[in-house]
Design a protein around this ligand. Structure first.
Ligand SMILES: NC(=O)c1ccc[n+]([C@@H]2O[C@H](COP(=O)([O-])OP(=O)(O)OC[C@H]3O[C@@H](n4cnc5c(N)ncnc54)[C@H](O)[C@@H]3O)[C@@H](O)[C@H]2O)c1
Ligand SMILES: [Fe+2]
Length: 381
């Protein structure tokens, strides 16, 4: 049996944010909380959302930290609780959307805030959420995951609950127009990792694979275009849809070793999520290659439209090469040394990655400790 989940409703298209007042009326919402961060707040696209919400007595929290820690949740929840709001509109990337999921559940389940890893404490449905992603991206608008830094463990941990799935999603490419090129690149590679990892996961299934393929094609056809010319709204819209579809895959399948090895890099060295995934992508997939030949052969025409010109038996290698060269063309850092990581960190990184069993157990290849250490070591270039 397979299972795949969607938000209640998804609207997609340029200017689709204009639908927001109608959706709030449909839900009889009179007071909203708008959550965003300091990078998104000054952007014209955000200010437009705020003006659309004038009639709903909006309270705005605009300082959600990037890649938030579990300790940030209580503070944001306290502010939201005092305001007695009925729904949350999240305008931002994964950081803002993940915080929104948490706060929406804490508002209706106050005891949940005491231990957010214990999702069994969520007994009541969350406050309504309206997710408007501004990166393309984590796909957090589609997933049942919320990822937070746990400083004591030097690790980022994904908390999973069906109660985190958004009520409404609005995919408006104009909301991503102001995203700088470097963030377009790294967040886009995060989306590509979701699409490809979910395709090779041992949880991959006929339903999730439909979405993985569609996401892979849209992301690969549009990521470089949106990176080169941020005002190419057609590419922006397509990329945003690709990232969303890749998020849908994660409701049915899962990420695997790229994300597993990425968490310790985010946890201790604060490498942004998309960047750490990009650094790891080619190296992890090369180790996975013997166990993914069939899957990579299937993905090749979606990534490399001219692969018909090379022998089919070389397509798996071409797919792995493409993933590495794409990250380099997008000028994402490709060495762990850029982030101050030296050889003496290798053992701890390996130990921490081996703890991310939730994802490693779903990798198509059972990675040994030596292989994981070797991947990190190879990236100290
Ligand atoms: N819940 C999930 O399913 C899921 C999946 C993958 C990653 N994540 C988590 O999401 C977080 C990363 O999210 P992200 O990659 O979207 O980045 P982010 O939300 O941390 O944002 C990165 C930066 O981009 C800026 N920004 C975002 N949109 C902008 C725009 N349109 N214009 C200008 N600046 C903009 C922000 O201000 C911020 O400084 C991490 O904590 C990661 O672990 C969650
Ligand atoms: Fe991710």
């Amino acid at each position: 049996m397979y299972e795949i989940g969607f938000p209640k409703k998804v609207y997609s298209g340029l200017d689709s944010v204009e639908k927001l007042p109608e959706l709030l009326d449909e839900q009889k919402v009179r007071k909203v909380l708008v959550m965003t961060d300091q990078g998104v707040y000054p952007q014209a696209a955000f200010q437009k959302v705020l003006s659309l919400l004038e009639a709903y007595d909006p309270m705005c929290i605009h300082d959600i930290p990037p890649e938030p820690s579990v300790y940030d949740i209580a503070r944001v929840y306290e502010e939201a609780r005092k305001a007695e709001i009925e729904a949350i509109v999240a305008v931002g990337g994964g950081s803002v959307m993940d915080m929104t999921k948490m706060v929406a559940d804490c508002l209706t389940n106050p005891e949940y805030v005491e231990d957010v890893q214990d999702t069994g404490r969520i007994q009541n449905p969350p406050a309504k959420t309206f997710m408007i992603p501004t990166t393309a991206g984590t796909g957090a608008e589609a997933t049942p995951n919320a990822i937070f830094l746990f400083p004591e463990q030097n690790l980022k941990i994904g908390i999973v609950s069906p109660a985190f799935v958004a009520s409404y999603v609005i995919l408006d490419g104009k909301m991503t127009e102001s995203l700088p090129a470097s963030l377009t690149a790294s967040t886009g590679i995060d989306a590509l990792c979701h699409a490809v990892e979910s395709y090779i996961s041992i949880l991959a299934n006929p339903l999730s694979r439909v979405f993985s393929r569609a996401a892979t094609k849209k992301i690969c056809a549009n990521l470089e275009k949106a990176w080169k010319d941020g005002s190419d709204l057609e590419a922006r819209q397509n990329l945003l849809e690709g990232a969303f579809l890749a998020g849908v895959c994660l409701t049915s399948s899962s990420t695997v070793a790229v994300h597993a090895l990425s968490y310790p890099l985010g946890g201790k060295y604060h490498i942004p999520h998309g960047v750490s995934n990009a650094i790891l992508l080619e190296a992890v997939m090369r180790v996975n290659l013997p166990d993914c030949r069939e899957a990579f052969t299937e993905l090749a025409p979606l990534m490399l439209p001219d692969c018909e010109n090379i022998p089919k038996e070389t397509w798996p290698e071409a797919v792995v090469d493409y993933m590495g060269s794409l990250c380099r063309r997008l000028q994402i850092p490709d060495s762990l040394r850029t982030f101050g990581i030296e050889p003496d960190a290798l053992d701890e990184l390996t130990d921490n990655a081996m703890e991310v069993k939730r994802l490693l157990l779903k990798n198509p290849r059972k990675l040994t400790r030596q292989e994981i250490r070797g991947i990190y070591e190879g990236l100290l270039r």
